[in-house]
Ligand binder design. Structure first.
Ligand SMILES: [Zn+2]
Length: 279
């Protein structure tokens, strides 16, 4: 295997109809995949897929937007609309799932200030801290979700989501972590590195220059490539459903920005993921 998509969601309904074909495409393209749980049912499916298919791994956890009941429209999500039921984080359920050798981390967990209002902060925080504690107990790394509010909106704490996540991790985490879909500043990234964390980039870097400074400055051994599929397909696949093998375009873009050989970047990113997630 040459590539690894460190944050994918083949466990979501966007892949219900042709999941096996997508998995075959990943295997043909030599792309390993870590499917990330967002609630109990999708965490279970991530583990089932990993146990049934070569080159697939899983993380189990509760996404912050799944902690409160709310309708999420297509326009808001950038994919199929869904209604989150509002699940509480049940450590027993996830502890049991994590007994599978295919489980390489806990998450995705963190704070979402974009989709969820201030009144949801305490529920999000409780689920986040509970997942950090489970990761500590099991010695597994954390997959962190972060999203700042819509432009012009206030965050529940009046601070950047990256500051809030940093404080939680500094206070509670005894395991390494990755901040996925990184969209923070270079200064915020440095603080995560100092705390022993890494950051990962999606196909977004192929169609906006907003993160070029961070990609350029970040040491190659502190970053990962991901797709977050079915969302944000990279150029030249934009507009369609994203699939894990498209992570190759993200790796190529990182190589271009850093003026490095694609081969070298692919190798290093794969090694980074294997080291952090014990693959
Ligand atoms: Zn995700």
């Amino acid at each position: 295997m040459q590539y690894i998509d460190t944050h994918a969601h083949l466990n979501l309904s966007a892949f219900t109809k042709d999941r096996d074909e997508v998995i075959k495409r990943c295997q043909t393209e030599a792309v390993e995949v870590i499917n990330i749980g967002t609630k109990e049912s999708t965490s279970q499916l991530a583990v089932d897929l990993a146990e049934a298919n070569k080159g697939m791994y899983a993380m189990v956890g509760l996404h912050p937007i799944q902690t409160t009941p709310e309708y999420h429209s297509e326009a808001e999500i950038g994919g199929a609309a869904f209604t989150s039921q509002g699940e509480a984080f049940n450590p027993e359920f996830y502890r049991e799932l994590a007994k599978s050798d295919t489980v390489v981390g806990i998450g995705e967990c963190g704070f979402d200030y974009f989709h969820n209002g201030t009144e949801t902060y305490e529920v999000q925080e409780a689920a986040f801290v509970a997942q950090i504690k489970l990761a500590n107990e099991l010695g597994l790394p954390l997959m962190i979700h972060t999203r700042n509010p819509k432009p012009g909106d206030q965050s529940p704490t009046g601070r950047s989501v990256y500051t809030d996540v940093y404080d939680m991790l500094k206070q509670h985490a005894q395991v390494p972590f990755n901040v996925h879909f990184y969209a923070g500043t270079w200064g915020e990234a440095k603080k995560f590195f100092d705390l022993g964390g890494t950051i990962s980039f999606t196909g977004v870097i192929t169609f906006t220059k907003d993160y070029e400074e961070v990609v350029r400055n970040a040491p190659l051994d502190k970053m990962h490539a991901e797709t977050d599929c079915p969302y944000v397909a990279p150029v030249p696949h934009r507009g369609g459903r994203c699939e894990p093998w498209m992570v190759q375009a993200v790796v190529e873009k990182i190589a271009t920005i850093k003026h490095l050989e694609v081969e070298l970047v692919a190798q290093q990113l794969r090694a980074n993921a294997h080291t952090l997630y014990g693959i």
